[in-house]
Ligand binder design. Structure first.
Ligand SMILES: Cc1cc2nc3c(=O)[nH]c(=O)nc-3n(C[C@H](O)[C@H](O)[C@H](O)COP(=O)(O)OP(=O)(O)OC[C@H]3O[C@@H](n4cnc5c(N)ncnc54)[C@H](O)[C@@H]3O)c2cc1C
Length: 605
């Protein structure tokens, strides 16, 4: 079946010449179908730039079982080991695993098949309606199948999508035919030199309904367009991650910033924490931050130098605002990271150019292009698509568009209100203090301490500690630095009294350094990602409002934006993705959001 899936879907020939190929697999099992599709992609010199593989599993295998399964298929062993490196934390929901520099994306959906299909927002090019032959021989996922599954599956297909299924699955066809699938007369035989685990031949079907396909639920669709040139305003975590995600898909991206160098805003933070939010009810923020942290850790591993630019230390979360005696939380999937290193690494990807010292003051439409203008109306740049990734600076651009281009119907009040919130970090070198004074990992709670960060100092390297951070809306008069330092020491004393005592002398002597920045925070503490106007036609997009979690959210937002531009599977389920939509303030959008959340609840396993 493994090789027959590829053959039955006409692969690899069918994907040649395409920018991206999207496979939907209804049962991940031991992952042989994924691994062999990935292997075929690797071996094909004419492969598409992006391979998306979306697969559903009711319960993922344990890592030992996953690794053991490759014994029956040694040619897939190396790929299995790569997969195993990301095989952790697979709770119910969507998980995006990234391979081959982000060109192979596995979206593993853990849950009931029908619910997981309903939570998709893309059209597959190939569907594998199969079980894994090495799973339980002869046992197909009948328990997960009914007519509603067939309907949900059809919703994930475009006209021409090829589907392969086991020969003995006749009653599936009774459900699939009324949903628009036409059976192909020629079953694919088992290829002669396919692995020994290959069982019976497969049947093939094509999605070709006699009716017009309506996309009534494609509210997250972007305006699909061929890759070309685009501009991103802002060179912080938001702008650089968007640029990298788009460039990986073939876009030529010009990033513009008013500052001379990248990461001059909040992303100039010397070190930040990458920690998932955890809540008893696994709320939207928890699920989004979990997805975002997974994506960010993958970026850190592939682009940064561990131990210098970041370190996967884990983090201890103190429950200081909870009832006394609440146990602390250990986050194994947590790290400290220097944001500007990542910004520079992203901007160094092929296809991206950076231009500093340019403040975009307005935009003007010129045919199919946008002109980016400075305050004197000089054209700074032209592009067919523009992304506002300039944090709080986006509001002025939105207001200018609302005033100058009323036809676009951009209303600032449709977007979440974005508030600047100042923050100050206190930091210094270890300065001969005993190593034992510093905890081995960061501690957070009300504030945070990152105790051991290697930095360049005095022509050499040394360890520094960082404590933060103050949190003060920027419409209030700024608090003096000394008061912020005192408040940071107070935070430290609560998080780690022993270290607080050890560093109190440095604070008292004024021997601590200051770093200050402004976060761009939305009222609901979620980023704003999406088109600025009418979804189907918008060539202006926004990715802003990362708040205090730019490290957790930037890559997730960038991948979400890029997926919407390219009609790809989303990195999170459609309901969660909608909670981030930039126009969530508009009444129409609020209704859609409510409906999608209701749907999510009704589909919950
Ligand atoms: C004190 C403090 C501590 C923090 N700690 C953490 C942490 O531990 N973990 C975490 O995840 N996050 C943390 N954050 C938040 C994190 O730093 C931000 O979420 C993130 O950096 C935001 O990235 P951004 O790209 O949206 O904004 P920015 O980095 O501010 O980038 C916006 C860019 O847009 C440019 N710009 C603005 N307007 C224009 C214009 N008109 N034309 C051209 N360019 C323009 C600016 O120059 C700037 O470079 C902290 C923030 C602060 C202030």
């Amino acid at each position: 079946m493994v090789a027959s899936c590829l053959q039955g879907c006409g692969l690899p020939q069918a994907w040649r010449g395409q920018e991206a190929w999207r496979v939907l697999d209804t049962r991940f099992a031991r992952g042989f179908n994924f691994l062999s599709t990935w292997q075929a992609w690797r071996q094909d010199p004419q492969r598409p730039r992006m391979l998306h593989y979306v697969s559903v599993t009711a319960a993922p295998l344990g890592i030992d079982e996953l690794l053991a399964s490759s014994a029956s298929c040694p040619e897939l062993q190396l790929l299995t080991e790569e997969l195993a490196m990301q095989w952790s934390g697979l709770l119910p929901g969507f998980h995006r695993l990234t391979f081959d520099g982000g060109h192979v994306l596995l979206t593993l959906c853990v849950g009931d098949l029908t619910a997981m299909l309903r939570a998709q927002q893309f059209a597959a090019d190939s569907v594998y309606l199969v079980s894994d032959p090495a799973d339980t021989p002869g046992c197909f996922p009948t328990s997960h199948w009914d007519v509603w599954t067939a309907k949900a599956l059809a919703r994930c297909c475009r006209r021409g999508t090829m589907l392969v299924a086991p020969m003995n699955a006749a009653y599936w066809y009774a459900d699939l035919t009324p949903c628009g699938f036409e059976m192909a007369a020629d079953p694919v035989d088992r290829p002669k030199n396919s692995p020994a685990i290959t069982p019976s031949p497969v049947l093939r079907a094509q999605f070709n309904p006699s009716w017009t396909i309506k996309r009534t639920r494609s509210t997250m669709a972007g305006s699909l367009m061929a890759v070309g040139r685009c501009a991103v305003i802002g060179a912080g975590l938001a702008g650089a991650s968007v640029a990298a995600s788009l460039a990986r898909r073939g876009w030529r991206v010009q990033v513009l910033d008013q500052a001379h160098t990248p990461a001059a805003g909040a992303s100039g933070l010397p070190v930040g924490l990458l920690v998932p939010h955890v809540s008893a009810d696994d709320c939207v923020l928890s699920r989004l931050s979990r997805s975002g942290v997974r994506l960010m850790l993958q970026q850190a591993r592939s682009l940064l130098q561990q131990g210098q630019d970041w370190e996967a230390t884990g983090t201890l979360e103190r429950q200081l605002n909870r009832s006394p005696g609440s146990p602390d939380l250990w986050h194994p999937q947590a790290a400290w990271l220097k944001p500007s290193r990542l910004v520079h690494a992203w901007l160094a990807q092929p296809g991206i150019t950076f231009q500093g010292d340019v403040k975009v003051a307005a935009l003007r439409q010129c045919g199919n292009e946008w002109e980016l203008l400075d305050a004197q109306d000089n054209v700074l740049h032209r592009a067919s698509r523009v992304v506002f990734a300039n944090a709080g600076g986006a509001t002025a651009l939105l207001e200018s568009l609302q005033a100058t281009l009323p036809a676009l119907d951009i209303r600032v009040n449709q977007f979440p209100v974005m508030q600047g919130v100042r923050g100050q970090v206190s930091w210094a070198m270890h300065n001969g203090l005993p190593d034992a004074a510093f905890p081995p990992f960061p501690v957070n709670g009300a504030g945070s301490v990152v105790p051991r960060v290697p930095i360049d100092a005095n022509g050499g390297q040394g360890l520094a500690w960082f404590v933060g951070a103050s949190y003060q809306p920027d419409d209030q008069p700024a608090t003096p630095d000394e008061m912020n330092h005192a408040a940071n020491l107070d935070r430290l004393c609560k998080l780690n009294p022993k270290l607080g005592q050890a560093l109190a002398g440095q604070f008292a002597a004024g021997a601590v350094n200051t770093w200050k920045g402004t976060r761009c925070v939305t009222a609901d503490r979620l980023p704003a990602v999406g088109p600025l106007y009418q979804t189907e036609h918008s060539s202006l997009w926004i990715c802003a409002g990362l708040g205090s979690r730019g490290l957790s959210f930037s890559m997730l937002c960038a991948e979400l934006l890029a997926a919407r531009w390219s009609g790809e599977p989303l990195p999170v389920d459609a309901g969660l993705a909608r909670t981030l939509d930039a126009r969530r303030g508009s009444p129409r959008h609020r209704n859609q959001l409510d409906r999608s959340l209701e749907l999510q609840v009704s589909c919950a396993p």
